[in-house]
Design a protein around this ligand. Structure first.
Ligand code: ATP
Ligand code: MG
Length: 417
C-alpha cells in the first residue's frame, strides 16, 4: 500500500471532545474516525488491525469445534419477552426500532434468545448435540457513558459463541476447552502475560461464577484481585469470604489491580433453553434439558485495549501479528535513483509476502519518521540518496533505538523470517 494513495492521513490532534487515549492515538494515526460518542468508523489501517484480531479469534474458536454463522441485527420482541429481557425496566440499554406497521424490533445487544429459538428447528435428538455456534458481529448497546473510546462503544464488534450440551458434565468439558482457547487468543494478541481468568458474578440465574478475562490496565473500569502464583484473579464484585471459599485463590496473596474486561464466559445452565421450550430426546426417548454456555470476546474493545497497552510517547507500537503492515518503507527524496531503488525494494518485499506501507510521499524525513512511529509499524526501512551510495539501507525496529545497515537482499531476507 502506498501512502500517497492512502485515503487517510495522520493528524496532529484528535477531536477536542475525545478524552480516551486509545481513541486519541488511533484517530491521530488515521486508524479510526469518530462519528459520535461511542461510535467509530474503522478506516483502512484500523480495519486491518480489527481483521487481524478477528482472524485469531476465528482460528481459535474453529479449533475447539465452533461453527461460524452470522445472525441478524434485527430481532423479534416476542422471544425476549419469553425470557423477560424486553422490558426497558429489566434491560436498560436496548436500542429498539419499529416497522412502519408499528411492530417493535430490537437491535441486537446479545443473541442468546435468537440462537436458542433457531436451535429448535435443528436440534431434537441427542445425536444433534453438542454444538457450538459463534459469530463476529456488530452489537448495539445504549451505554450510559461512552467516553472510553473503543473500550465502550454504543456500536461495537463482539465475538459471541453459544454452546449447547446434553448434560452438565458435557457442558463443563466444552466450557473448559473454550476457556483454554481464550488463553490462546490473548497469548497470540501479545497480552497473555497480563490477562487473567477472573472469578466474577454469574448473574441473576446461576449461583455459579462466570469467568471474565481481564487485562491489567490503569484505565480499566474493573477492579480485580490477582493471585500471581496461580495466574488467576477475582473480581471485586465477588470478593467476600463466603464466595472466596468456593475458589482456589489464596486470600493472603491477592494484589489489587485495575483491569479491562476483554472477554467473558458464562454458564447459562438451561435458563434460555427452558424459557424458549427447546429440549432434546435422549436414547431412551425421554425429553431432556439442554445445557448452554455463552462466550464473548470484545473484538473492537481489544483494538482499543491493545492501543492503550502497545503505545509510547511517540505513538502506537503494534506487535507483528496485529500490525496493519509489517514494514514502513520510507523513501527520502525524489530523485530518479531513489525512486527506482525504493520502488524495487517495495516490489521485492511485497513479492516475498511481506506487508508494506510505502511512504512515497513528497514529505520531510522527520515527518515520515514521526508517522512511522505514530502508526506503530513494527519495522522501518529507509532508502535515500545516502543509503544508495553506501550500498546498504537502514532497518530499524519500532521497539529498538538501534539501526542496522544492510544491503537490500539482506533486508528482504531478515524481514521474511
Ligand atoms: P461490561 O461489563 O464491560 O459492560 P458485559 O459484561 O456487558 O461488558 P458481555 O455482554 O459479556 O459484556 O460482552 C462480551 C464482551 O464484549 C465483553 O467482555 C467486552 O469485552 C465486550 N463489550 C461489552 N460491552 C461493550 C461495549 N459497550 N463496547 C465494546 N465492547 C464491549
Ligand atoms: Mg461485565
Amino acid at each position: 500500500m502506498k501512502l500517497s494513495e492512502l485515503f487517510t492521513k495522520t493528524r496532529k490532534d484528535a477531536p477536542a471532545d475525545e478524552v480516551a487515549k486509545n481513541a486519541q492515538l488511533l484517530i491521530k494515526a488515521g486508524f479510526i474516525h469518530k462519528e459520535m460518542a461511542g461510535v467509530y468508523v474503522f478506516m483502512p489501517l484500523g480495519l486491518r488491525v480489527l481483521e487481524n484480531i478477528k482472524q485469531i479469534v476465528r482460528e481459535e474458536m474453529n479449533a475447539v469445534g465452533g461453527q461460524e454463522v452470522q445472525m441478524t441485527v434485527l430481532q423479534p420482541k416476542e422471544i425476549f419477552e419469553k425470557t423477560d429481557r424486553w422490558d426497558d425496566a429489566k434491560v436498560d440499554n436496548w436500542f429498539k426500532t419499529k416497522l412502519s406497521n408499528g411492530t417493535e424490533l430490537g437491535m441486537g445487544l446479545t443473541h442468546e434468545e435468537p440462537i436458542v429459538d433457531m436451535l429448535s428447528d435443528y436440534i431434537s435428538s441427542y445425536k444433534d448435540l453438542p454444538v457450538s455456534i459463534y459469530q463476529i458481529q456488530t452489537k448495539f448497546r445504549n451505554e450510559l457513558r461512552a467516553q472510553a473510546g473503543l473500550l465502550r462503544g454504543r456500536e461495537f464488534v463482539m465475538k459471541d459463541m453459544y454452546s449447547f450440551a446434553r448434560s452438565q458434565e458435557e457442558h463443563e468439558e466444552i466450557y473448559e476447552k473454550v476457556a483454554q482457547a481464550y488463553h490462546r487468543v490473548y497469548e497470540r494478541l501479545g497480552i497473555g502475560d497480563i490477562t487473567y481468568r477472573t472469578f466474577a458474578d454469574g448473574g441473576i440465574f446461576t449461583s455459579r461464577f462466570s469467568d471474565e478475562f481481564q487485562m491489567l490496565s490503569e484505565i480499566g473500569e474493573d477492579t480485580i484481585y490477582v493471585d500471581e502464583q496461580q495466574k488467576i484473579a477475582v473480581n471485586k464484585e465477588v470478593i467476600d469470604d463466603e464466595r472466596l471459599a468456593a475458589t482456589s485463590v489464596d486470600k493472603t496473596k491477592l494484589k489489587e489491580y485495575k483491569a479491562i474486561e476483554v472477554g467473558n464466559i458464562f454458564p447459562l445452565e438451561s435458563k434460555y433453553t427452558d424459557a424458549l421450550g427447546v429440549y432434546y430426546v435422549d436414547a431412551d426417548g425421554e425429553q431432556q434439558k439442554i445445557i448452554a454456555g455463552c462466550y464473548g470476546i470484545g473484538v473492537s474493545r481489544l483494538v482499543g485495549a491493545l492501543a492503550e497497552h502497545f503505545s509510547d510517547e511517540r505513538g502506537l507500537v503494534w506487535p507483528e501479528n496485529i500490525a496493519p503492515a509489517k514494514v514502513y518503507l520510507a523513501r527520502l527524496g525524489n530523485i530518479p535513483s531513489v525512486i527506482s531503488t525504493a520502488d524495487e525494494l517495495y516490489n521485492r518485499l511485497t513479492a516475498a509476502g511481506i506487508t508494506v506501507l510505502y511512504d512515497d510521499r513528497d514529505a520531510r524525513p522527520g515527518e515520515k519518521f514521526a508517522d512511522a512511529d505514530l502508526m506503530g509499524i513494527p519495522y522501518r526501512v529507509v532508502v535515500s540518496e545516502r543509503t544508495i551510495q553506501a550500498g546498504t539501507h537502514e532497518l530499524k525496529k519500532r521497539t529498538e533505538a538501534e539501526t542496522k545497515v544492510l544491503p537490500a537482499n539482506q533486508i528482504v531476507e531478515t524481514l521474511s523470517k
